[in-house]
Design a protein around this ligand. Structure first.
Ligand code: ATR
Length: 279
């Protein structure tokens, strides 16, 4: 029987994951199916249980269920040790976006940060080593990518509209052994410039721009918006102030490729798929 996978979210109709995974399957000769499943906001765990019972091999998890997915895997792991657990990547992010189903347990991983780093370093050709990075946001998207950025040996600054949440985020990273600086935009006295500015906020959804000073972009800076599909105010602002701009489509494909690798043990070639999705 064909191996079945899915992505669970709410909303989910817009998801490009079924298309991306079908392209991976065609490229690598893997016989799988992959569908988008809408779970009720209070029905994530029940949806996972249903998929497991129906024999699915795994699923991706998207907004707003990534934290819940992590908690679910953690709780199951406590009940059925030692098999099944969140990976270190999921634990660091406190969120899971890739579940692999086994008969009596579930593995949970988080491929978002790895996907972002791969996209920036391998596809966009920008090395993160020693770079000054400003990560804007302190929600799930930002938590998902912070550790992989730090592990790429970059100097990470974090900023958030609500400063208390940036402080909590810094504390969380501190507990994981990483010192990060909290940057208070927009009027910090010692103005700083960054080589990479990552928008991990949901401001673009409401067509808003996080409050950024115009001189925040170092010469040759890359501005990366984790959203995709259209130019956000952040992308426009960055372009108008001389930065190179990237949207989150590459990250989407890379995080999917990492999930595909976890499930199938085969790594798709992402560059042609990103290119095909852009046309
Ligand atoms: P996600 O899981 O997608 O990260 P989230 O947990 O709701 O979603 O987090 C949204 C992030 O976007 C938060 O950091 C939020 O800032 P606050 O903590 O101040 O709410 C940020 N955000 C949303 N709209 C914004 C805006 N217009 N300007 C700046 N930041 C914004």
């Amino acid at each position: 029987m064909i191996d079945r996978y899915a992505v669970i979210g709410n909303p989910i109709a817009h998801s490009k994951s079924p298309l991306i995974h079908s392209m991976f399957a065609a490229q690598t000769g893997q016989d799988i199916s992959y569908e988008a499943i809408l779970a009720p906001l209070d029905g994530f765990a029940a949806t996972v249980e249903r998929l497991r019972k129906e024999g699915y091999k795994g699923c991706n998890v998207t907004v707003p269920f990534k934290f819940e997915a992590y908690e679910l895997v953690r709780e199951l792991a406590e009940r059925t040790p030692p098999a099944g657990a969140p990976t270190q990547r999921a634990t660091n992010a406190r969120a899971a976006n890739t579940l692999k189903f086994h008969e009596n347990f579930i593995d949970g991983d988080n491929t978002d940060g790895t996907g972002l780093v791969r996209n920036i370093e391998r596809i966009l050709g920008v090395s993160l080593h020693g770079k000054r990075i400003l990560l804007i946001g302190a929600g799930g998207a930002a938590y998902g990518v912070a550790l992989p950025l730090l592990l790429a040996e970059a100097h990470l600054f974090i900023a958030n509209r609500t400063p208390e949440k940036a402080d909590q985020f810094a504390l969380h990273l501190g507990k994981l052994g990483h010192v990060v600086n909290v940057y208070n935009f927009p009027n910090e006295a010692d103005r700083k410039q960054f080589d990479l500015i990552i928008n991990a906020t949901s401001a673009g959804l409401s067509n808003e721009l996080p409050p950024l000073p115009a001189d925040i972009f170092a010469p040759g800076a890359l501005a990366y918006d984790m959203m995709y599909g259209r130019e956000t105010p952040f992308m426009r602002f960055a372009r108008e102030h001389g930065a190179q701009v990237a949207d989150g489509l590459g990250m989407l494909v890379e995080q999917a490729a990492e999930a595909f690798y976890i499930w199938r043990g085969v790594r798709p070639d992402t560059a042609p798929i990103i290119a095909a999705l852009r046309t």
